[in-house]
Design a binder for this molecule. Structure first.
Ligand code: SAM
Length: 482
């Protein structure tokens, strides 16, 4: 860690093509090796440790063997362990967020993205600060507290100063009881200096999808523009961490390349961050390629079935137990339901993927990035989660209390989540129920809050949580958090 220098970092040192190919071969050779599979499953299981639980996680080779395995009983076991890990570290809470598209101006040539420079029929739009404010008010009126801002890469139209100004505007909007308490950022790879500016602006997670770890394909899929530089893109998280950002979010766009390759690459990237910076990725997103303006997903050869998608998610859960998994509204309600059980910890809700999409009555398509499959309102998503036994959480406390990076991981491992994240989830859910929920959602919600409060083991914490929820219900709010 001490001698580490991101400027001279060669991504081939940690995303090594030969190692990925050897991993895929090793996994293929061992996919029916039951003793090996059993030992890997044993290693993946959560182990009780005092009040808490620990998990060793898996190496990219071990996890790749599980991914290759097609013995039905073993796959069932993978799913069962994924559920156990999810329950042990995240309980039944699901964190809610929404994307906010700031600008679709882009100078890159990414062949799978409708924002690519050559697409002349998509309307180009960039929000003014007044429009950002209006979008934020609309998002606050839905009940959102956590956003992920999205923008194309365009140094003239969307320079870092523009992004910083937008972040500032977002945090400054206080409409009724609303507030955006955490802004995550999904913008193109940039410099250490710019990451430091983002950190100073108070961002939560910096998210950047690798799209594909396969260098040759990457170069073809990103034929022009600054994003063509595979090495610069692949070392972005190192620069972000060098710039002081503790929480980074990885992801690949499934459908572009062979999923086995991406899976191994993704885990090698996580292993590298852990080794080089002492902390792995805060989140991993699992987006799948979608239809969009000028984009036909059928033209890409590597689409994955829903079954394989579920298996990939479960294997990620086993490999990196302390990393959150995010699933967006690219997926249908049905797919999201299945994946929530297998380890997903964050979902978006009520999303619109167009620039300025939250302030129009109808869902606009002219500036949209991709088709949204789950088009339900946030209220419907919240109720659906609760009907399925999940607690929708609007909590942003860790980041505001400085529990980022390894400090969050130690909270996870100490078993204190039930006395910290759990009451925070219930208090923020109560805020949502009081301020934004429909009568049906409110009724289901308060029943859930009552039952879930009983699970808090520390009596003092429980008393404080009950008092705060009583205050919230009496509209005497405190924005209290553990
Ligand atoms: N411009 C930023 C960059 O270069 O990374 C990121 C912002 S972009 C709005 C967010 C992500 O959307 C991309 O990283 C890509 O994975 C995803 N995306 C692009 N086209 C897509 C499509 N047709 N279907 C699904 N996701 C897509």
């Amino acid at each position: 860690m001490a001698n580490y220098n991101p400027a001279s970092l060669d991504p081939a040192e940690f995303i090594n093509n030969e190692e990925i190919l050897a991993t895929i071969e090793y996994a293929e050779q061992n996919k029916n090796n039951v003793p090996l599979i059993d030992s890997i499953l044993q290693k993946a299981r959560p182990v009780k440790n005092g009040n808490g639980c620990t998990c060793q996680g898996l190496t990219h080779r071990e996890a790749s063997v599980l991914l290759a395995c097609d013995i039905p009983e073993k796959i069932e076991e993978i799913y069962k362990i994924a559920e156990e890990i999810k329950q042990a570290f995240y309980g039944n809470r699901i964190v809610i967020f929404a994307p906010l598209y700031l600008s679709n101006y882009c100078v890159n040539g990414c062949v799978y993205c409708p924002y690519h420079l050559k697409n002349k029929h998509i309307a180009r739009k960039k929000l003014t600060q007044q429009e950002v404010e209006a979008e934020v008010i609309a998002l606050q009126d839905m009940g959102h507290k956590r956003l992920a801002i999205e923008a194309g890469e365009d140094p003239k139209n969307n320079p870092i100063e523009y992004i910083l100004e937008c972040i500032n505007t977002i945090y400054s909007v206080k409409h009724k009881n609303g507030a955006i308490r955490r802004v995550n950022v999904n913008i193109a790879a940039t410099t250490v200096e710019n990451y430091r500016k983002l950190k100073d602006a108070g961002i939560g997670t910096y998210i950047l999808f690798q799209e594909t770890y396969h260098k040759e394909s990457y170069l073809k899929l990103h034929p022009t523009g600054p994003k063509h530089d595979y090495d610069y893109h692949t070392t972005a998280m190192d620069r972000a961490m060098e710039g002081g950002i503790d929480d980074v979010g990885l992801g690949v766009l499934f459908g572009l390349e062979l999923y086995k390759y991406e899976f191994a690459g993704l885990l090698m990237h996580a292993e590298h961050l852990e080794a080089a910076h002492g902390v792995g990725p805060h989140t991993i997103s699992v987006p799948r390629l979608k239809r969009a303006d000028d984009i036909d997903p059928d033209e890409f050869d590597n689409g994955i079935s829903d079954e394989m998608f579920a298996k990939i998610t479960a294997c990620i859960r086993l490999a990196v137990p302390y990393t959150g998994i995010i699933i967006s509204t690219r997926e249908t309600e049905e797919t999201r339901s299945k994946l929530l059980r297998l380890g997903v910890s964050q979902v978006s809700g009520g999303s619109r993927t167009s620039v300025g999409g939250y302030t129009t009555e109808e869902r606009p398509h002219d500036t949209e990035q991709f088709d949204v499959s789950d088009q339900r309102s946030l209220d419907e998503v919240v109720k659906w989660l609760m009907d399925n036994g999940h607690i929708p959480s609007f909590c942003t406390a860790c980041y505001r209390e400085g529990r980022t990076g390894d400090r969050f991981m130690s909270l996870c491992k100490s078993g204190q989540i039930i006395n910290c994240c759990h009451p925070n989830a219930l208090m923020t859910l109560s805020e949502y129920l009081e301020d934004y929920a429909s009568p049906e959602t409110k009724a289901v919600g308060y029943k859930m809050v009552e039952t879930e409060l009983e699970k808090i083991t520390n009596f003092k914490v429980k008393d404080i949580a009950i008092q705060n929820i009583t205050d919230i219900r009496a509209s005497n709010r405190r924005d209290f958090r553990f």
